[in-house]
Design a protein around this ligand. Structure first.
Ligand code: NAD
Length: 503
């Protein structure tokens, strides 16, 4: 099956590509403005059809043995691995991310996730059955929740589809995923790969509509039992409101503003390289990207100089060129949003380097046609300023000095977000204190960014709740039922005294 044959459709419902009944929409390559694919957006009626397909598939899939689900996911990992080149190419075309990132991170990470959940599907955990009351045997059933309505963002479309779909279906749920309208293509490819792997029709459905219409309809849909959302905190609040109104379980992976805390005993070279890589990965459009570096005073000047030097050597250019380090941002509108943060910062801080991209890329390509923005280093911003507190979601790093350890850790925690953070030090006590005191769902020590299928990803504070990846995410997509058997065979149970007294 050629996963890149999108036909006229942009919906994947009940194992078939269908055409959305809404507005036409162009998926645009932000490197040059060319049209990658013309799709028709989903309307509320398309969402209804997809939810009906997922409901129809639920009894069969939720009652399949874990072994059968595991085998299907193992085959899915193989289908995705076979399609690796196409997945990387389409991911780069629709997002503008460097093909080396898509090839070395997005696609293998997705294949590995499928392989992980193939194993995890057979390892649902619960308390041992036993006589916790003298008169009964109790056990726990871990059951699927039902149809999951999922909504994903544009920054890692393929990986986000995987993070949403895999734990949901591994646990026996069926799903309707609505990817971001800007970047629907690799989610559609993922759904087709599920069919190719023998996952029954209707278990995985993708609708590619707009957030306000298709997204809100999906989240509010009475046929949906759980809502799993990844995106901005602002939209997450709206999604939570709608889902709560119909008492759906919610799982929210929201925005981030990760601190990067460099203590004065840190390996400066490692911290500088770490900050550059962690702030520029995926053009900084990464919810865990390093955005605020707090550097203890003795290392501050050298750190700023080191980052500025490496930023100047970053190769900006056509993302299809495997030598390119930094491609365009996902869209012209998003590039302008990032530029707005930087332009406003000029009035209250120092833009050491960066801003609008040069006209020519490292490869001679014409950058004026794309949504490019240069790596941007800002110093001198106040802690309460917009660029320190707000989620810029671009290749922008703010560096601020601190004196004592207390101050560094306090500043690290001083935003509404709590998704990820890192601490840079050779001192075991400092690192232990930082990992304990920084309020974030992930704290790295002497690195920043790596993720792994076995470990949970998810936020604290305004970064949301619930975990993606890992065994923990399977828990999110199951509900626990207590089953209790009487072992006495006695008609008049002891506890009946609370009703009948001595009679
Ligand atoms: P976004 O919140 O604008 O959109 C996310 C999704 O929500 C899209 O599919 C969009 O169509 C949909 N949507 C928009 N309005 C909606 C509504 N009213 N009802 C239902 N759905 C609606 O986010 P984005 O710009 O696509 O992605 C960037 C954001 O995602 C950043 O804030 C980033 O931090 C966050 N993110 C978080 C994680 C994480 O794991 N915590 C991972 C990746 C991205």
């Amino acid at each position: 099956m050629d996963l890149t044959d999108f036909g006229a459709g942009a919906q994947y419902i009940a194992g078939r590509q269908t055409r959305g009944s809404g507005e036409p929409f162009q998926v645009v390559n932000p490197a040059d403005g060319s049209v990658v694919e013309q799709v028709a957006l989903a309307t509320a009626a398309d969402v209804d059809t997809a939810v009906a397909a997922a409901r129809a598939a639920l009894p069969g899939w939720s009652s399949a043995t874990p072994g059968a689900r595991s085998e299907a996911l193992t085959r899915l990992a193989a289908v995705l691995a076979d399609a690796a080149d196409d997945l990387a190419r389409v991911e780069t075309a629709q997002t503008g991310k460097p093909v080396k990132l898509a090839t070395e991170f997005d696609v293998p990470g997705t294949v590995d996730n499928a392989a992980f959940f193939a194993g995890a599907a057979r390892n649902l955990e619960g308390k041992a059955a036993g006589e916790y009351s003298g008169d009964h045997t109790s056990y726990v059933r871990r059951e699927a929740i039902g149809v999951v309505g999922s909504i994903s963002p544009w920054n890692y479309p393929l990986q986000m589809a995987a993070w949403k779909i895999l734990p949901a279906i591994a646990a026996g749920n069926t799903i309707v995923l609505k990817p971001a309208e800007l970047t629907p293509l690799t989610s559609l490819m993922f759904a087709r790969a599920c069919t190719e792997a023998g996952i029954p029709d209707g278990v995985v459905n993708v609708v590619t509509g707009a957030g306000r219409t298709a997204g809100e309809h999906l989240v509010s849909h009475p046929g949906v039992a759980m809502v799993s959302f990844t995106g901005s905190t602002a939209v997450g609040k709206r999604v939570a409101e709608l889902a709560t109104a119909s008492v759906k379980r919610t799982h929210l992976e929201l925005g981030g503003k990760a601190p990067f805390v460099v203590f004065d005993d840190a390996d400066l070279d490692a911290a500088v390289h770490g900050a550059v890589a962690a702030s520029l990965i995926n053009g900084g459009q990464d919810c865990t990207a390093a955005t605020r570096a707090y550097v203890q005073r003795p290392l501050y000047d050298a750190f700023v100089a080191g980052v500025a030097e490496l930023y100047a050597a970053i190769r900006i250019g056509d993302p299809r060129d495997p030598r390119t380090d930094l491609g365009p941002l996902v869209s012209y509108a998003h590039r302008d949003r990032v530029a707005g943060f930087v332009e406003r910062a000029r009035s209250y801080a120092t833009v050491v380097t960066g801003g609008p991209a040069p006209a020519k890329g490292h490869d001679g390509s014409d950058l004026t046609r794309g949504a490019y923005f240069a790596p941007t280093l800002i110093t001198g911003a106040a802690q309460d300023s917009e660029v320190v507190q707000g989620e810029v979601f671009g290749p922008v790093l703010v560096v601020l000095p601190f004196d004592g350890d207390d101050e560094g850790l306090r500043l690290a925690n001083d935003t509404p977000y709590g998704l990820a953070a890192s601490a840079w030090t050779g001192n075991v006590h400092r690192s232990l204190r930082a990992t304990r005191e920084i309020a974030a769902g992930c704290v790295w020590v002497n690195d920043h960014i790596p993720i792994i299928s076995e470990m949970p990803h998810g936020g604290y504070k305004a970064s949301g709740y619930g975990k993606d990846m890992s065994q923990y995410s399977l828990d999110e997509y199951t509900q626990v039922k207590h089953v209790m058997f009487d072992t006495t065979a006695v008609a008049r149970k002891d506890w009946h005294r609370t009703v009948f007294g001595d009679r």
